[in-house]
Design a protein around this ligand. Structure first.
Ligand code: SF4
Length: 84
């Protein structure tokens, strides 16, 4: 899935100004979440990522959070609880 550049009203969405890697790095989850906070597409983005079983942070929701909500990304394997 490609990140959107503009909201329906033509505004540049926050993630368009941030390197895409930010949304796929465990170390940068806080930055990804803060980037998504307040985005007008947040809810739609989160739902689309759940539907498409995406990896990464979308709509402020991480891969792990989607998995915990029952929408695990393709290829997701349950983490070893001992490693958490
Ligand atoms: S919710 Fe986040 S990933 Fe989705 S369009 Fe907005 S800023 Fe980008």
């Amino acid at each position: 899935m490609t990140r959107r550049q503009h909201s329906p009203d033509g505004q540049l969405v926050p993630c368009a100004r941030v390197e895409p890697e930010v949304f796929h790095s465990d170390e940068l989850v806080g930055l990804a979440k803060s980037t998504c906070a307040g985005c007008p597409l947040g809810e739609a983005c989160r739902l689309r990522a759940r539907t498409n079983r995406e990896w990464g942070t979308w709509g402020g929701e991480t891969s792990r959070e989607r998995a915990n909500a029952g929408y695990a990304p393709h290829g997701w394997t349950r983490p070893n609880p001992a490693a958490l």
